[in-house]
Structures are given as C-alpha cells and as structure tokens.
Ligand binder design. Structure first.
Ligand SMILES: CC(C)(COP(=O)(O)OP(=O)(O)OC[C@H]1O[C@@H](n2cnc3c(N)ncnc32)[C@H](O)[C@@H]1OP(=O)(O)O)[C@@H](O)C(=O)NCCC(=O)NCCS
Length: 169
C-alpha cells in the first residue's frame, strides 16, 4: 500500500516515454494506477526508494481474459532485464489470481514481443482477443486510435499476443 505514493511518478514516466516513442502507449492517470496497486493487481520495482518499473493486470470479459498493461521501466534502469523480471512476476501472479483466464496483450514493442514469446504467448489476430468494449476504449489515448476505429477493431499497429493456459499445458 505504501507504494501508492509512486503513482504520480509512474504516470509521468508513462507519459514522457509515450512522447519519446510517439506510438503505442496508452496513458494512465495516477488515480487509475493507485486503484491497481490497492487491488493487488500491479507489480512495482523499487531500487533504494526510487521508482524503477511497473506493470498492472486488467480483467476483461467477465474474467475470461486478463491483460498485462502499462509496462514501463524508468530510463535509468533499462537494458538490464528488469522489464522481463516485472513481466514474469506479473504473469505468474495473474496465473495464480486468475487461473481460468486467458492472458493477452497488444504491443508495438519488440522488447515486449520478445518477453511475451518467451513466456509462451502466441501472436494472434484481434478476433482472438477480448471483445470487451472497455478494453478497447483504453486505446483511445493512443495516437493510432484512428486506425483501430477505421478497421472496426479488426487490426491496428499493435500485434495481439495470447497465452492460453489450457492449450499451453
Ligand atoms: C520496453 C521497456 C519496458 C524495456 O525495458 P528493459 O528493462 O530495458 O527490458 P529488458 O532489459 O528486460 O529486455 C527484454 C528484452 O527486450 C530487448 N529490448 C529491450 N529494449 C528494447 C528495445 N528498445 N528495442 C528492442 N529490443 C529491446 C532486450 O534486448 C531483451 O531481449 P533478450 O531477452 O533477447 O535479451 C522499456 O524500454 C520502456 O519502459 N520503454 C518505454 C515504454 C514502452 O515502450 N512500454 C512497452 C509498451 S508496448
């Protein structure tokens, strides 16, 4: 719970990274991040009281799917395997907390694709992902949202990746 104090810096780091990268990062308010931490749906990395990285879990389609979103590593801590550690912890935590859910993500990032692939995710079309409207609303703050809208949510610049615990056993 004490980690709630980090919500501003997490939100700011997501914003500034989105600006640098220019694409494919949904923005999140400090309030939204606080909710995730309170619900035990987040993994946060701290190094000597300094924010280092973050990722959170979202539940979609009445628990049929979960997604790991908002993966961010503070620039100073990049390139040392921290994103992989955070993602793996988030992945293992959600398999325990939501054992029946399929795990998915959408990303334009090579780092995330590599990590997901190693965890056992498979690339899929958006038709295999949740049709929960609330999930796709999260894309509204992405600068490519017009593409998603134009294709009626069939495709966009992100690659969909899915881990189905039933077929991966
Ligand atoms: C993407 C990000 C989370 C990576 O964090 P990181 O701690 O540096 O990543 P890791 O060191 O765990 O690297 C994981 C793998 O991705 C690769 N990788 C890391 N950054 C990369 C980059 N910018 N481009 C291509 N590959 C990258 C690593 O080489 C590693 O691959 P390997 O397993 O083959 O060695 C971080 O750069 C970041 O926060 N960026 C801004 C936000 C963002 O893009 N989030 C993802 C949204 S889709």
């Amino acid at each position: 719970m004490k980690h709630i104090n980090y919500s501003n810096i997490i939100s700011e780091t997501i914003h500034s990274s989105a600006k640098v990268r220019g694409t494919g990062i949904a923005l999140r308010t400090p309030q939204y991040i606080q909710k995730k931490i309170k619900n035990n749906d987040a993994v946060i990395a701290i190094e000597k009281n300094e924010f280092a990285g973050f990722c959170y879990i979202e539940v979609w389609g009445h628990g049929k799917y979960v997604a790991h979103s908002g993966l961010i590593v503070s620039p100073k801590f990049r390139g040392n395997g921290l994103a992989k550690k955070i993602k793996t912890l988030t992945f293992n935590h959600s398999k325990i907390k939501y054992p029946d859910a399929k795990i998915f993500g959408i990303t334009t990032g090579l780092a995330v694709m590599k990590i997901n692939y190693e965890l056992g995710y498979k690339p899929v079309t958006f038709s295999e992902l949740t049709d929960d409207k609330e999930f796709w609303k999260g894309c509204k703050t992405c600068k490519n949202y017009d593409v998603l809208n134009r294709t009626k949510r069939e495709m966009c610049l992100c690659t969909g990746m899915l881990y189905n615990s039933k077929s991966n056993k």
